[in-house]
Design a protein around this ligand. Sequence first.
Ligand code: KDG
Length: 336
Amino acid sequence: MRMLTTFALAAAAALGFSAPSHAQFENRTIRVSNGVNQEHPVGNGVAKMAACAAERSGNRMRLQGFWGGALGGDLQATQALRSGTQEMVITSSSPLVGILPDLGVFDLPFLFANEREADQILDGDFGKYIADKLPAVGLVNLAYWENGFRNLTNSRRPVARLEDFQGLRVRVMQNNIFLDTFRTVGTNAIPMAFQEVFPALETRAIDGQENPFVTIDTSKFHEVQRFLSVTRHAYTPFLVLYSKALWDRLSAQEQQVLSACAIEGRDEQRKVSRELNDRSLANLRRNGMQVNEPAPAEMARMREAVKPVYERSAATIGKETVDRMMASLARIRGTN
Ligand code: KDG
């Protein structure tokens, strides 16, 4: 029997038939976790990435999503990847600055002016420069997805002027640059994992938090927050991370499929995120939130107030990384 099989394979090879392409794929269930709810556009991205991987692997690579921090918050899940006990996480870059300080560059206040700049930086040379630093800390970044431009909510008052921040107890991500930024404008900034935010707002342990409209909407923060101030004070990317230890056990074909499907997921996730952005704002208004947009002169005062954060953070982030970011932005803006 063995001789017959060998002969048949040899004959097939001679005739140019290769073994089924799916033979390079093992049956795998890849766990991918995230801290927001599945209704968030991350859910659309994961669904697209999973369909892509299944189709290209003959249903042998199956992605299993875990939502709402079910496998731990961003930092905890990322540490599980580094220890090789979980395959994937889709996480904000901000909570990971203790692992790779260079990621703090994305937290600099008012860094990006719009999504176009963010996409060009993240999908271009600068994004690759950062991604190339991750294998050394046990992580592989497959793509940058969109968390988005962040805005302030709170239960006490509209923030229309720089002075209105004074004394607000505002939750920020576990990140030294967000802490510095929100202390600089006068708040009592409190670092906290995302999963703790809703209960802390509900019990009034904190007054406010800051996130993109889509996250505020899909996390139902309107139930525990009254005021939404459109500050767009930072743009946070999501990293689509794979455990380096587990990545190295994949075949080249499996790695190629996951890399390509993470990009397909990216394009879908960004599209849905941007389509949902305006709808989420309308939902929040309809659900009773009082929305205000600080006047341009007041936004200019806020930007001016937080400029020293750049200088204070440069050494922590790494001067080369900050210089590269600013040079990349200057090229995009035609101001170099
Ligand atoms: O996994 C994503 C969320 O956990 C989180 O990153 C969302 O922007 C966020 C925040 O404020 O923590």
